[in-house]
Design a protein around this ligand. Sequence first.
Ligand SMILES: Cc1cc2nc3c(=O)[nH]c(=O)nc-3n(C[C@H](O)[C@H](O)[C@H](O)COP(=O)(O)OP(=O)(O)OC[C@H]3O[C@@H](n4cnc5c(N)ncnc54)[C@H](O)[C@@H]3O)c2cc1C
Length: 436
Amino acid sequence: MHEPRAAEKDTPYWWEASPLKPLPQQTVPKKLDVLIVGAGYAGLSAGLVLAREGRSVAAFDAMNPGEGASTRNGGITSGTIRPDYATITRRFGEEKAQAIEAEGKIAREFLYDFIKTEGLACDFQLVGQFKGAFGYEQYETMARSAETLAKRLRIESYAVPYAEQRSYTGTDVYRGGTVRLDIGGLHPAKFHAELLRVALASGVAVHARTPVISIERDGSGFGVVTSAGSVQARQVLVCTNGYTDGAVPFLRRRLVPVRSRIIATEELAPDVMARLMPKRMMMTENRQVGFYYRPSPDGTRILLGGRDSSRVGNPVAPKLMLRKGLANLFPELESVRLSHSWFGNVAMNRDMLPRIFEKDGVVYASGFCGSGVVWAPWIGMHAAHKLMGNHERARTAFDFRPPASIPLYRGDPWFMPAMIWGYRMQDRFALWRDRR
Ligand SMILES: Cc1cc2nc3c(=O)[nH]c(=O)nc-3n(C[C@H](O)[C@H](O)[C@H](O)COP(=O)(O)OP(=O)(O)OC[C@H]3O[C@@H](n4cnc5c(N)ncnc54)[C@H](O)[C@@H]3O)c2cc1C
C-alpha cells in the first residue's frame, strides 16, 4: 500500500471546475422579512422561493456559501431514506410510511425538473444506480425489494444476478445487486454555484463569512446578532445541518455531525474506466458502513466515499482506509495515484429522517442524513412556503415534530468512532452469516 503523496490535494475535486465564490462583504440590513442561517442547498433553495414571492430575505453563512457539505458531496441524487419501510411504519404508522416513501420519488423528480427549468449547468446525468449485495441471501432480499419498488412506486428497478454483474461493474466483490434507474449524478459544486447564481439574481442577499452568533425572540420577531451587526427579522429559518454550531443550541443537541470522506483517483485510461464502470452508474453497497462511488462527470476518474471516523484534524488513516477499499473493489487500482481527498460533515438525528420543524417560532430544515442533494432543496423549498403560510404548497410528510435530543450530548460526538466500529462489526457478522 502506498503512502499518500504530498501532491494530493486536501480540497474537493469539485472545486477544480467550480471554485468557491468569495462574495464581497456587504452591509448588514437593519430589518428583514426572513433571515436564513446557512447558504448551502437548503438555505439557498428556501431563499429563492421567498425572494420570488417578494420577501426581503438574506442568507448568512459562517464560511463561503457552499463551503459546508453542499460542494463536498458525492453528487448522487439518491434521496435515500435510511430507516426501512417496516421501521417507519412501526414508529409513525402505515399512512406516514407510505407518504414518506412516495415523497422520495416526487422530491427526486422535483430536483430534475428544477435543474431543467432553471437551466442549472451542473453536469446532471440520469445514469441509474447499482447497489451491490455481499451474499446470496442478501441478494435475494434485495431482488424482492427491487420488485416491490417497481410495483408500488413504478420506479424502474430490477435485480442483476452475479452472472450478469460484469456488465455493470468491474468488481467481483458483490454477489449480484439491484439497479434503480431513477437515480443519477451531478456535479455538486456546479449545482451549488448555479443555485447561488439564481438566488442572487432573484434578490436573495447572501452574506459570506458572516456567522450568526445568537437568535433571540424580540416582540413578534427576532433579534439576530451576526459578526457584522444586528438584524431585526420577522422570521428565521435555520439551515445549518452538519455544520450547526452554538448559535442554535436546540438543534445542536439533536443533530450529530458525522464526517464523510471522498477520494478521487487521477485520470484513468478510457479502457480501464470502461472495464471498471461499464455503464457509468452511481454505485453503492448494501451494508451499514459501505462505500459509495461514481465516475467523475467527464468519465475519466473514480470518486469513492465512505464514513470517516476521525473527529479532529485531517488524519491520514481514513484516507488509507478508502484507498484500501478501492483496491479491494478493483485490485488493478492498488497503486493508482489519488489526486484529491477531502471530508465534510453529514448530519444524523435519532430517527434518521430529514425534516422541517418549528421551535419557539424559529423554523428548521435539516437532518439530511447524507442524502441532501435531493432532500435539502426539497425541504428548503417547503420550509419557505411554511414561513409564508402557504399551507397547500408547504405540505410535506417531513414536516413534523423536532428530532429527539440525544442523551449526554451537547454537540461533541465523542461516541461516533465507537458507533461506526459497531456498525462495521454488524456488517462483518452479516457477511459471515451469509457466506457460511
Ligand atoms: C463527503 C460527503 C458526501 C456526500 N455525498 C452525498 C451524495 O452523494 N448524495 C447526497 O444526496 N448527499 C450527499 N451528502 C450530503 C449532502 O451534501 C448534504 O446533505 C447537503 O449538502 C446539505 O445541505 P445543507 O444546505 O443543509 O447544508 P450545508 O451545505 O452543510 O450548509 C450548512 C451551512 O451552514 C453554515 N452555518 C453553520 N452555522 C452557522 C452560523 N452560526 N451562522 C452562519 N452560517 C452557519 C455553514 O457554514 C454551512 O455552509 C454528502 C455529504 C458529504 C460531506
